[in-house]
Design a protein around this ligand. Structure first.
Ligand code: PTJ
Length: 248
């Protein structure tokens, strides 16, 4: 148990959740390494939602509200940290949830499905009946016919660069959450939210609620004004290796 007055309480608490998910078989082994990389970027970004991230979150909410068929993708790290928040966001959007694993095994799929159902998900896609996007016969191109395959807007947190590229090429709007603004996923996505998934997902839900009553033209304007490359450039400028030790 970590004491709440420990200066690194929040970060250590996330580590505890990650380790727990790994012990339960939910997390891929490399999910731990991915988390460590994310943690380092979060540290350099001040462990708070930056202004560019706020803009990306608002653009993501607009895209999800404009979507004909929004689908939210869940992998091991997402299931470890924000399963309930993903179910809440899906409900808010009347969107679907799909398990989408890079290191796919039947056991992990089953365990993640159980976690999502425990959090109130009625329907979980990506469990069986997968097909290949644009006929690309690669494990990187699999998707559920009723989910990511036929979606127009997908939220894919902590996604792999190749998959992001396949999804973009198939014409989908791809929203990602990835703390590394330099990753291929961040560069390939339509909207990259450089923020910790534990802050980003509740913030998207709040933004969806705020924008729900807006006219379609207003949502389209938010999307048009958002420039992903420019936003990533601004984020990179905020990375500060001396943030916690200005005297060094
Ligand atoms: O559960 P699976 O089998 O689908 O596997 C999931 C992982 C994450 C292991 C797999 O997709 C993978 O290897 O991803 P990468 O290529 O390591 O990319 C993960 C990205 O997520 C990195 O750029 C990290 O900086 C970032 N990241 C890690 N933790 C967080 C994060 N971004 C936002 N919030 C986090 N908590």
């Amino acid at each position: 148990m970590i004491s709440e007055d420990h200066p690194r309480y929040h970060s250590l608490r996330l580590r505890e959740m990650i380790v727990d998910a790994w012990q339960r078989g939910i997390l891929a082994d490399s999910g731990m390494i991915a988390h460590g990389r994310g943690e380092a970027f979060d540290y350099l970004l001040g462990e708070e939602t930056t202004k560019p991230a706020e803009r990306a979150i608002r653009a993501a909410a607009a895209a999800l509200l404009l979507a004909r068929k929004p689908v939210l993708s869940v992998n091991g790290n997402t299931a470890a940290l924000v399963p309930g928040e993903m179910v809440k966001l899906a409900r808010e959007l009347k969107g679907k949830i799909e398990i989408n694993l890079f290191h796919r095994t039947p056991r992990r799929v089953k365990l993640i499905e159980e976690v999502l159902r425990d959090k109130g998900a009625d329907e979980v896609l990506g469990v069986d009946k997968l097909t290949h996007i644009d006929g690309i016969m690669s494990p990187r191109a699999t998707a559920s016919p009723d989910g990511i395959y036929s979606a127009d807007v997908v939220l894919v947190p902590l996604e792999d660069g190749d998959r992001t590229e396949i999804l973009r090429k198939s014409g989908k709007t791809v929203i990602t959450v990835d703390l590394n603004p330099l990753s291929r996923t961040s560069r390939m996505a339509s909207i990259s939210i450089t923020d910790n998934i534990v802050r980003a997902v509740p913030a998207i839900t709040a933004s969806v609620r705020e924008l729900r009553g807006s006219e379609r033209e207003e949502l389209e304007r938010i999307l048009e004004e958002f420039d992903n490359r420019e936003n990533l450039r601004e984020t990179i400028k905020l990375l500060d290796i001396r943030r916690y030790n200005p005297e060094l």
